[in-house]
Design a protein around this ligand. Sequence first.
Ligand SMILES: NC(=O)c1ccc[n+]([C@@H]2O[C@H](COP(=O)([O-])OP(=O)(O)OC[C@H]3O[C@@H](n4cnc5c(N)ncnc54)[C@H](O)[C@@H]3O)[C@@H](O)[C@H]2O)c1
Length: 251
Amino acid sequence: MSDLTGEVVLVTGAARGIGAAIALAAADAGARVGLLDIDADGARALAERIGPAAAWAACDITDQNSVAPAVTALRSDLGPVTGLVNNAGKNAYGDPVAMTVDEWDEVFAVDLKGAWLMSRAVLPDMLAAERGAIVNIASMHATFTCPGMFPYAAAKSGLVGLTRSLALEVGPRGVRVNSVSPGYIETDLLAEYFSLQPPEVRREALDKHILGRLGTPEQVASVVAFLLSESAGFVTGADWAVDGGVSARFA
Ligand SMILES: NC(=O)c1ccc[n+]([C@@H]2O[C@H](COP(=O)([O-])OP(=O)(O)OC[C@H]3O[C@@H](n4cnc5c(N)ncnc54)[C@H](O)[C@@H]3O)[C@@H](O)[C@H]2O)c1
């Protein structure tokens, strides 16, 4: 197991799904964890479950006026931030012609801009300490995608680009930045996706998995905990696939 003793790790979208699993894994590994979500009740419930090592804050990652006070409050509860997981995100099911500019902006605000706003808020602590780790939760859609999810792939590709770009900016000052690209992970978000597809799509998705099964949030969380830890001290600017081998397949 990765060791995060003494680390202060903030996780966005921590109320449920992959974010909740990441928060639990980081706490299990010894970190104090700050849970941020627009779902305040969910974040509070998970913080209570974790206990004194956790604090929570209601936060909309797309709004700098929400990010700043949330990060300040968690910093005062937990101490200077040494780790950040930009996990909050959502699917998009737009049509390239019918989509409005507001709808486009909303996708990029959640799936891309929020990661920069959060990074901007925590980097002063990390740069002052000359150590820190940021992990962005991208997607297999950053590399290959499917019809009907416009423009999710563009936003998640942007998040992998942000990972590389930020890694170059802050690496010389001791901060590592990586991304994780999950495949099909059993969460409410995936259930939402399958509910919008014909019934055979779930079977077809399973058939594409070398391992013959979909992933769990805990299987993403363990890789994120590793990337946050000193065990990954020579890993930066990288995108880690956690997809059961889907991306290794041609067809
Ligand atoms: N589940 C999958 O199969 C899968 C695959 C690839 C990538 N991902 C990515 O993993 C991340 C987590 O996915 P999940 O399946 O756990 O999703 P989820 O919908 O179950 O959970 C997402 C959480 O983010 C929160 N959130 C949404 N918008 C927010 C905002 N503006 N500010 C703060 N919090 C916000 C939600 O309230 C929710 O608690 C997302 O970035 C998603 O794109 C998921």
